[in-house]
Design a protein around this ligand. Sequence first.
Ligand code: CUA
Length: 159
Amino acid sequence: MLGIDLPRYEKIWLWFGVITLIIFLLVTGIMAFAMNLHPAAGHERTVAPEQVLSTAPFDKPGVYPVGDKEYQVVMVAQAFNFLPAAPTVPAGSTVHFRVTSPDVIHGVAIPGTNVNMMVLPGHVTEFTYTFKKPGEYLLLCNEYCGIGHQVMMAKMVVQ
Ligand code: CUA
């Protein structure tokens, strides 16, 4: 390679490395620009972290009906609790979560469902889930966020 006299296997490995790198960059480029896949998918909306609690809709966290058995849950994940602490919806409801954080990265996970959101300060995470079975679902933070991380939880009540 490059006219330098290297042992044959050394050259083979160099080319192997260069070609692997090119393939990797091509795959990344195709995914980003042709397939439009970006890490921030679902985080496009933004809100200034220091103004979360004074910016609509996060100034009034809660459960809002938006249709027949369809609710929007506006949620603030902060060190070390969730607002609202016990969002309640009827069984069979489709819930559109909108969550943000005023401080550090948190998570929203509801075991037994596929609800698993990463909540980034400055971004609004959105996720939709239909709660078919009634019950009290544990809603917890699954991103290490500080000394109170292990007590950061709420419950999702499905009646
Ligand atoms: Cu919030 Cu861990």
